[in-house]
Structures are given as C-alpha cells and as structure tokens.
Design a protein around this ligand. Structure first.
Ligand SMILES: [Zn+2]
Length: 492
C-alpha cells in the first residue's frame, strides 16, 4: 500500500523526459487510450470534452461568416480522387484503400478520405449553376485517415484524426483570397483566445504548401519537443480544382466562369499542442476556457466535523454553480486522503482547486489553489465569485504569456546555412530572409538533418509577437535580394 502511494506521488519530469512525459500524462489523465491499430487512438470523455469546447467555439464563429455544416461520404472512388494531378500525387502515399466488399473484389478501389476536396467538388459541380448560387460555404466535422509511416504521437501525429474542413467557392478571386485570411484569423483566435497558445500566422513555402493549392497559409505553434507544429491551415485553391471538376457558373452577363475556391482545416492536433505546451511536472495544466472540469472542491474533515464541513462544501458548490456549468465543478467527497485527491486532480489539470476545512468553516472562507502557478490563497466567501472569475482570466493570461516567452526565446536570427545548422543542433528555430527556392529548401533539409521552412510570417506578425527580425534583406543562402522572412525548424 505504502509503495503504491509513493508511486502515485512521483513527479513526472516534463522538460528532461518530454517524449515519455507526454503520452504517459495523457493516458494517466484519461485524455486518450491506445486502440488496437497503431496510430488510431481512443479519445476518452475527458479528452473529447476539450474537443467539444473547440468545436463549439469555432462552429459559432464560422456560422457568423455564413458557413453551413453538412456531411459528405467517407469513401471516394479512385477515378474521382485522381482528377486533380498535384492533389493525388501529394496524397497518394498516405491513402488507405478499400479494395473488397465482403469477399468480393471491388471494380474500383475506394479511398478512405484523407481530405474531402474531390468528393465535395464533384457535388459542387452539380450544385453551382448561376452567380446566385455563390458564395457557397460548407463545412464538415468528420474523421479522416492518412496512413502515416512515421512513429505515431497521440493527437500530434496519428493515422486517424478528427477535424473540420471548410470548402468554399466564390465568383471572384478577390473574395476567395480575403476569406483565406479571415479564416486564418479565426484559427489564431482559437489558439490564442481559447487555448492560450500563441501562434504565428504566415504563408507556407512553395515546397510545403498543400497539394493542389495556389498558396497555403498556416498558424504555427512551438512545442516543448523543440519542433514547430502546423496548428491549422487555410488554402487558396484558385481554379485548380474548379477546372478539372467543371465547377462553373453563369455570371450576370450570362458568361461562363469557373469558381475560385478555398479549403481550410483545424484538427484534434490542437488538443495535443495545448496539453503539451501547458503541462508541467505534476501533469496536465488545462486552460480554463476549455477545461472539462474547471473547479474541484476538496473537503478536509475528521469524524467530528465531517457533517459540518460537507454541508459547507455543498453551499460553496451551489455558489459556484452560478459561475460554471454543473458538470464543470466536482465536489470530491470520496474516502481518499486529501493528498491523494490533490494528486489526482492536479494530474488532470483542473485550473482551480478549493480546499475547505475546519478553519475555513469558522472564518467563512476557502483556500484556493491555482493549478498553473501552484499557489494558494485564502479567500472569503463574499469575494469568492469575483475571485474565481479573475483567476480564470489570470490563468489564461499566465499560460499564454509563458508560452509566448518561450516562442520568442527560441527563434534566432541567422545569416547563413551554417548558422541555421548550429541553431537547429541547439534545438531551436532560425529566422532569416530567404528567396523561397525549392532546391534551397531541399538543401536546408539535408544540411540540418530534417529542418523545414515553417512559414513566412504575415506583415506585422513578428512585431505583434515580439519576435526578433533578421537584418539584411537578402537571401541567407543565395544572397539574392528578397523581402520575405521565413522561420525554419524541425517540425511535427
Ligand atoms: Zn536563395
């Protein structure tokens, strides 16, 4: 028994052992579990509740932009999937195919959607006829399968994941391009305002853009595994799909025009990014706005005062119920020791813990423990509601600022490939003026053993985030004059 207790109270060193820390904490905190097929995991209720917060937030935002939800089939006939050549080339290595129905070989292989451009655009070509049908803005919340061969990491790199994919069609290029950045801004809001994760908005390089896109924009987050992670993407597809898929309309002059299209996606990777960034040696630290359980109340009593303390705890609970949803507050009156309860709820990253004992009962107060800083304070019940609301805001801000400080410190201006190599070896990221050449990017990858361009931050982004800019406006490899700044690092 004693041994088990010691084991239970063991700290999990995050920084030193992040590769073990991450999956272990996620599993112990019951965010996820492994499924029987490698790279396909189970998202448990405590993890799924985080996804529901993200869905709700983003869904409301895009509906304000006129986007409507729908559902398209999981299986895509090979002939349809192959219609746009760059797209099929880019995705072919990762597609899982259905070849049999029962014991019968199918006449045509069916792709399990790795993304839904092709199946949606076949329908769009039938639905769009006139300028009155535009813009068409459809989103779906679904699972997709990409048969990765790299080592799977829960949420960050898996074969099956959940996401939303928005697919929009416009009469003009101008409207389409505007929407790309409107959605990118919505993704920034999800990360920064909901998940307390600072992200860099920017454009992907020619080599790293989406297969079939004219250009790809992204938000990128820095992870404690010393890698950037593509946190969400918004692509402008131009007429690359509307032409092979025959998606055209007759404009007001009765002239035939092909539509201009975008696609954009945010996945459950966002959960992995958030949990990996904010966690510490004691387990998860979940930002209040997405925490499935926001407050836990721990009564501390003995045989003599048990009844009074529990009654007081119940009163506090009722008070809190006015602030958060009923299922977001737990009164833990189980028979475990207070220490075991602290450990259990800290591991699960609950933002606020309220402790109630004899002294608090007497003073009409409570002890509040905030998970982010692991600090305690005494608060009178008169002040409690106000203080909790302040703390929710403060915890969000503290987590965001802490992550932003790390992001700033890790991006180092470089002026040569040698300097970039050194920075990558030090497990940081480089920032440089770069011409964007595909050959140079291949060379960067070779010289640095795997680093890539992350993105070309949009105007004002580096200033907004307080990231240092490189000096000379010339490509750090070939020396050509350029205005474009790129960040480089290893990525997941
Ligand atoms: Zn160059």
């Amino acid at each position: 028994m004693e041994k088990e207790k010691n084991e239970k109270n063991k700290k999990l060193p995050k920084k030193e052992e992040i590769n073990e820390w991450y999956p272990e904490v996620l599993r112990k905190a019951e965010i996820m579990d492994y499924g029987p097929v490698s790279g396909c995991m189970i998202i448990k209720p405590y993890g799924y509740a985080i996804w529901e917060h993200i869905q709700k937030y983003f869904d409301e935002r895009i509906k304000k932009l006129g986007v409507k939800n729908a559902y398209f089939p999981l299986l895509i006939p090979e002939s349809l999937f192959s219609k746009e050549s760059e797209h099929v080339e880019g995705f072919a290595p990762e597609v899982a195919w259905v070849t049999h129905g029962g014991g019968t070989k199918l006449g045509e292989r069916l792709a399990i959607r790795p993304t839904s451009e092709t199946i949606m655009y076949e329908a769009y070509s039938r639905w769009i006829r006139s300028w009155r049908d535009l813009p068409l803005k459809i989103n779906q919340w679904v699972n997709i399968v990409r048969w990765e061969f790299k080592h799977p990491t829960p949420f960050l790199r898996s074969r099956e994941f959940l996401w939303q994919e928005g697919h929009t069609a416009f009469a003009t290029k101008k409207e389409a391009v505007e929407e790309v950045f409107q959605i990118l801004e919505e993704y920034r809001r999800v990360y920064e305002e909901l998940l307390a994760v600072p992200v860099i908005k920017g454009l992907k390089s020619e080599k790293e853009k989406f297969a079939g896109a004219v250009f790809t924009s992204s938000v990128e987050a820095w992870l404690p595994i010393n890698r950037f992670s593509q946190a969400a993407t918004s692509h402008h597809l131009g007429q690359n799909f509307s032409k092979p898929f025959e998606i055209y309309f007759y404009d007001k002059n009765e002239e035939k025009q092909y539509v201009w299209q975008n696609s954009w996606g945010l996945s459950t990777r966002s959960i992995g990014i958030t949990l990996m960034i904010h966690g510490d040696d004691y387990g998860l630290v979940i930002p209040p706005r997405i925490a499935p359980i926001k407050i836990v109340i721990i009564p501390i009593y003995n045989a003599k005062n048990k009844e009074d303390v529990l009654k007081y705890a119940q009163e506090i609970r009722e008070m809190i119920n006015k602030l958060v949803r009923d299922d977001e507050v737990v009164l833990d009156d189980s028979n475990d020791t207070p220490g075991a309860k602290y450990y259990y709820w800290e591991l699960r990253g609950v933002p606020i813990r309220i402790e109630i004992g004899q002294r608090e009962l007497k003073d009409k107060s409570v002890v509040i423990f905030r998970r982010d800083k692991r600090e305690k304070e005494n608060v009178s019940i008169k002040e409690l509601s106000k203080r909790i609301q302040e703390l929710f805001e403060d915890i969000h801000k503290y987590l965001y600022d802490k992550a932003l400080k790390e992001l700033r410190e890790v991006i180092i201006p470089v002026e040569s490939l040698d300097e970039l190599k050194k920075v990558i070896e030090e497990k940081k990221a480089g920032i440089a003026y770069w011409c964007g050449s595909v050959e140079e990017e291949e060379n960067i990858k070779y010289v640095t053993s795997g680093a890539k361009s992350v993105n070309n931050p949009l105007e004002g982004e580096l200033e907004r985030l307080g990231i240092k800019k490189p000096k000379e406006k010339k490509c750090f490899i070939c020396g050509k004059k350029t205005d474009k700044i790129f960040i480089f690092s290893k990525c997941i």
